[in-house]
Design a protein around this ligand. Structure first.
Ligand code: FCB
Length: 466
């Protein structure tokens, strides 16, 4: 079932990824206070089936067993996130030793099993109190992030292999504040762009805080960089739409973080929405911190064209329909749906897009190593009579995408690892438990874990490459 030729450079890290709210459960235990996702998921109608993360995969209580499963698969790294409201209830003031202890034990458990910890400080579970004071549209949220980052860095210290400030700030800003399909569910384009800036600022402040504690730490940020092609490469209109999406989706983050400036076309394109006066003197210097690694999450590609105002139109590029557009100010976009295999999320399966993204990003930022920090697929799994999950589509997805990473490396991209999304079936945000991304099945009635065929394939690839 495996391709023994899939061998990767020495030191390449094969791992799997999860996020705190999606797996931990135990939302009221040991001093944790609500995050925006607790509030959002408990608001009827926000999440499919009104599911919530109260129990999720119960990882908070099963952490050691889950690490044992990682060991069984031969994982070399594990990317997890830290729940801010567990470590610092309410997002300001006193820290919660019990919350810190949980992550400290997780890190020790990983190291005891030769698994390198890749820690993300923010994977969307903002303390609700900070949202009540304006959330990411409020500059104070970015400032509050620094002491939290410092405290986590001080406690977990050099036991963490890679530090990641933010996961996919594109989603936090645009899905949280423009289309409203993610927590906190707000729908104001100007707030979304303010959120973009304050997330960038939080990133810069957190990098400074981590470096102050741990001068030799490996620091990074993870983005869901978009690969968007024009429907008609000869159409000026379509090319212009792609340029605008690229500005909002990619350059709004990479511009200030890697080059110290917001793209001029982004500011011009969004002038009717905001004057960007939330960018204050000195902010760009703060955001523009040297990075040791760039995390790239990849699932799919999209095709965009300028909407003619008449034909049927798709505004949703796979994140859930909303009356409000995630792409602030691009009111004339139409996402074309090409034929081809799609996952249960409706996302086109396109491994070549991953090669393109890695090669292009690596070439644009020489000297900055990349890591695939998420890649994977939701499919409708079935449990056979013998208890096995023969998830052939996911097996193919993983194999072809690993091949795509290998192709990118062969084409010159500097890619240091692959963290498969996801270790476990989990709470898939607005889609609740309906969408399963795990290579390990979770039976939500019993919390029993079952290795799917994709987990076995992945273990074989890791063994063959080692
Ligand atoms: C990414 C998120 C991750 C997971 C996958 C499917 O956008 O970072 O938490 O939901 O999508």
């Amino acid at each position: 079932m495996t391709d023994p030729n899939l061998t990767f450079p020495k030191g390449f890290l094969f791992g799997a990824a999860t996020a705190s709210y999606q797996i931990e459960g135990a939302v009221t235990e040991d001093g944790r206070t609500p995050s925006i996702w607790d509030t959002f998921s408990h608001t009827p109608g926000r999440v499919l089936g009104d599911d919530n993360g109260d129990v999720a995969a119960d990882h908070y209580h099963r952490m050691r067993d889950d690490v044992a499963l990682m060991t069984q698969l031969g994982l070399q790294s594990y990317r997890f996130s830290i729940a801010w409201p567990r470590v610092q209830p309410g997002g300001s003031g006193a820290f919660n030793q019990k919350g810190i202890d949980f992550y400290s034990s997780l890190v020790d458990e990983l190291l005891d099993h030769d698994i390198r910890p890749i820690a993300t400080l923010y994977h969307w579970d903002l303390p609700q109190e900070l949202e009540d004071r304006g959330g990411w549209a409020n500059r104070a949220t970015a400032q509050a992030f620094a002491p939290y980052a410092a405290r986590v860095a001080e406690t977990l210290g050099d036991r963490v292999h890679v530090w990641t400030t933010l996961n996919e700030p594109w989603c936090s800003a645009y899905l949280g504040y423009a289309s409203g399909v993610h927590a906190p569910g707000r729908t104001d384009g100007a707030d979304a762009l303010a959120a973009v800036h304050h997330l960038n600022l939080a990133h810069g402040l957190a990098i400074q805080a981590i470096r102050a504690e741990l001068p030799s730490a490996t620091v990074s940020v993870t983005h869901n960089l978009h690969v968007i092609h024009p429907a008609d490469p000869a159409s000026e209109d379509d090319l212009d739409i792609v340029r605008r999406l690229d500005a909002l989706g990619n350059r709004a983050f990479l511009g200030p973080e890697l080059d110290g400036a917001y793209p001029e076309d982004l500011i011009a394109d969004t002038a009717a929405v905001t004057d960007w006066s939330f960018v204050r003197d000195g902010d760009l210097e703060t955001i523009h911190q040297p990075l040791d690694l760039l995390g790239v999450n990849y699932y799919t590609t999209s095709i965009a064209r300028r909407w003619d105002g008449v034909s049927e139109r798709h505004l949703d590029d796979g994140h859930q329909e909303s009356e409000h557009l995630a792409w602030v100010g691009v009111d004339d976009v139409d996402f074309v749906r090409p034929p081809g295999l799609r996952t249960a999320m409706g996302w086109l399966v396109d491994p070549a897009g991953l090669t393109e993204l890695l090669v292009r990003t690596s070439a644009a930022h020489p000297g900055l190593p990349l890591m695939v920090t998420e890649n994977g697929a939701a499919f409708e799994d079935t449990v056979d009579a013998d208890g096995q999950v023969r998830d052939d589509l996911r097996v193919d997805y993983v194999r072809t995408h690993l091949q795509a990473v290998k192709d990118a490396i062969d084409a010159g991209a500097d890619v240091r690892g692959y963290q498969l999304w996801s270790l476990l079936d989990n709470f898939e945000w607005a889609w609740g438990y309906e969408r399963r991304f795990g290579i390990i099945r979770v039976d939500y009635d019993t919390q029993e874990r079952t290795l799917k065929d994709s987990a076995k394939l992945y273990a074989q690839v890791i063994r063959a490459s080692a």
